[in-house]
Design a protein around this ligand. Sequence first.
Ligand code: CP
Ligand code: NVA
Length: 307
Amino acid sequence: MATIRHYLQFSDFTADEYAWLFRRAADIKRKFKAYERYHPLVDRTLAMIFEKASTRTRVSFEAGMYQLGGSVVNLTTGDSQLGRAEPIEDTARVISRMVDLVMIRTFGQERIQTFATHSRVPVINGLTNEFHPCQILADVFTYIEHRGSIAGKVVAWVGDGNNMANTWLQAAQLLGFTVHVSTPSGYEVDPQLAGVTDRGCYKVFADPAEACRGADLVTTDVWTSMGYEAENEQRRQAFADWCVDTDLMRAARPDALFMHCLPAHRGEEVAAEVIDGPQSVVWDEAENRMHVQKALMEYLLLGKVAG
Ligand code: CP
Ligand code: NVA
């Protein structure tokens, strides 16, 4: 049996594969906007498993799969046997005999890794504590749409050294840009966990304004990610100076874009004037989740098709 390709981290694909996916996403988006029917995934089924909440990931995968002619089954921990301690290995064995593709949002990366090991079909990471590859796929695509190639550019990451930050590091190493990371002490990124060995693809700054200086893109995320709610109060205090406001945006290039994976908390990690301001592309970014994931599902199931 041929090796199954999974998408568990951004580093699972090569730069050439990303070039392909970005081209396909643009074409698939154009078809969608033109109401051009494109049903390459007729008779294919996607199972989605949510062990954490979601709005964008749920809607973008579900709508995207239907638009490609396929069907979707949605499970959550609470309404499946996962919530009653059925082993993830058994769940993977069973579900992957019935569907063609699985998307999972869960806690530790080892959980999705275990699922993939026991799955007969490709598995997509819809967010883990460690990584959020589908979001960075959409973010880089959004950057390219607005500004062209991201190679050689500077992305400022302001805030938590979380799943998004780790994934930005992986993308920087693969696609040839630099991430300027500024996090409060105790919330640093972990390049080792991200498997990032190229010291040239990220720089660490104590001061968020220094991280933003000259940046082409400024991006942030919630102070408290899902699963870390018990640390909410402590994080509120630690992150108080890591808010992307107009001063921080002024440190970046005048044409810098602002991105946020959403959901956002205005007045915490981002000021309303920034997220609702002219440099913000957060709604394009959210919409693009659907277009890039359609390209991703097409690629995992059909390979490099000319559609
Ligand atoms: N950005 C993102 O993944 O959003 P949801 O949590 O709503 O899926
Ligand atoms: N870092 C956030 C992203 C939400 C889409 C979280 O994991 O909750």
